[in-house]
Design a protein around this ligand. Structure first.
Ligand SMILES: CC(C)(COP(=O)(O)OP(=O)(O)OC[C@H]1O[C@@H](n2cnc3c(N)ncnc32)[C@H](O)[C@@H]1OP(=O)(O)O)[C@@H](O)C(=O)NCCC(=O)NCCS
Length: 145
């Protein structure tokens, strides 16, 4: 974790095969739009979930999404693509956790080429039982209590 901005340009150039994605999901016909490619909302939903999984490492309690920055789809996603959502915590504030999510699609059930689909910075906020902001439980790191 760092409070400084992270340069992701080089990290997005090749598929990060040394990293474990927060989510991997095989795209099915039920995920398609009227054109037959994968509906962008499906990808956005998984980006949100991937960010929540990462945020829970810092705050293993209630978190809500407060913002997601501009999402640009650079490549289409097709039925049968194995889509991976890689996460990296960019910033931990008092109650907020900002997570970078990078999305890669591997064609043909993961047996084909890998393309970078999109990326986003998602900010999650730790909330109490009244859904008001509350301090992050593990500000010093996921393994610290
Ligand atoms: C998230 C929510 C609790 C924040 O409430 P708030 O009154 O704006 O809280 P604050 O102004 O005290 O900000 C809390 C934290 O959120 C951050 N924050 C607030 N708005 C933000 C935004 N638009 N983008 C990024 N961070 C934001 C603040 O910087 C602050 O971070 P810090 O504590 O680490 O310094 C409130 O906006 C909310 O309930 N939103 C709906 C969340 C939701 O339901 N999401 C799912 C939508 S379906």
């Amino acid at each position: 974790m760092t409070n400084a901005p992270t340069n992701h340009a080089s990290a997005e150039a090749t598929y990060p095969k040394d990293k474990i994605p927060a989510i991997r999901r095989l795209m099915m016909p039920r995920d398609t739009n009227a054109l037959g490619t994968i509906f962008g909302g499906v990808i956005l939903s998984e980006i949100d979930l991937a960010a929540a999984i990462e945020a829970h490492r810092w705050h293993p309690s209630k978190v809500v999404t407060v913002s997601m920055d501009k999402v640009e789809f650079k490549q289409p996603v097709f039925t049968g693509d194995l889509v991976s959502f890689f996460t990296e915590t960019k910033r931990v504030g008092r109650s907020s956790i900002t997570v970078h999510v990078s999305v890669w699609a591997e064609r043909r059930f993961g047996g084909g080429s890998a393309v970078h689909v999109t990326e986003a910075d998602v900010t999650m906020v730790a909330v109490d039982d009244n859904f008001k902001p509350t301090p992050v439980l593990r500000p010093n790191g996921p393994s610290a209590s």
